[in-house]
Design a binder for this molecule. Sequence first.
Ligand SMILES: NC(=O)c1ccc[n+]([C@@H]2O[C@H](COP(=O)([O-])OP(=O)(O)OC[C@H]3O[C@@H](n4cnc5c(N)ncnc54)[C@H](OP(=O)(O)O)[C@@H]3O)[C@@H](O)[C@H]2O)c1
Length: 263
Amino acid sequence: MDSLQGKVVIVTGASEGIGAALVTSLRKRGAKLALVARTEAKLRALATADDLVIPFDLTLDAGRADVVERTAAHFGRVDALINNAGRGSYYSPTESPVADSRNLFELNFFAPMHLAQAATPWLKKTRGTIVNVSSIAGQISLPWLPIYSASKFALTSLSSTQRMELARHGVNVLTVFPGYVDTGFQAHANGSVPPATVVKGKQFAVTAAECAEAIVRGMEQRRRMVVTPLIGWPLVVLARLFPALTESRLGSVKLGETNLETM
Ligand SMILES: NC(=O)c1ccc[n+]([C@@H]2O[C@H](COP(=O)([O-])OP(=O)(O)OC[C@H]3O[C@@H](n4cnc5c(N)ncnc54)[C@H](OP(=O)(O)O)[C@@H]3O)[C@@H](O)[C@H]2O)c1
């Protein structure tokens, strides 16, 4: 069991949702926190005097490395990077605007990749942890979130190769696969509205606090992956075993439909 007491943790997307819940869970364990998101007022409302607040738009290439360097300069070390910030995009695969898709990849893939590159020298010194918050959509291609799915598949793959590279340096890489978590995620996504089937899935949702606790326990146990809620597991296994059936079932769901009973 790896104690988080006194550990320096960077949390992206810390202003609300899963990120804000991570702040609470990590603070309870005595971690020192750098909070990153665009909305400074929300970060300040959550922060204590001991936290470092870094208002920053992670879609911007320039400045990502500064997030890590400012944290290291302030606390003297970096023990964990949690790549949590992300957003969705409810467009069909053939209609997703290219500019929106690029912007989504900047946030969901290039920012985690870039921050991990900047943090790695520090994490090697502390034998620390990278947490990449992917999604069940990073294991199963969801046609109502096609570019989001693609970005999370890319992050899942990057996470695996980071683990292969960094294990020999004592750095753990934890990939997180949340299913439905009750946050503002759907409201913040661009494009259409999620299909009714997806909205119905809310009955299986976990709270942001439950998701954050699962992630932090995964960090303490230096696990390689966390799936939350656990109902995600059978879905992943079914999709792997029966890919054609999965495609045909998911393909019957129409983006923006309001009363779908299939699946
Ligand atoms: N909720 C779910 O059902 C679910 C399921 C699977 C995976 N996930 C993943 O979990 C992670 C957290 O999602 P959530 O549900 O907590 O979503 P959320 O409630 O919408 O929170 C998103 C966070 O990311 C920050 N963010 C958004 N754009 C940003 C940008 N350009 N630069 C910096 N920060 C930015 C937001 O803060 P600002 O707006 O202040 O910048 C906010 O703190 C995401 O990676 C998401 O893909 C969520």
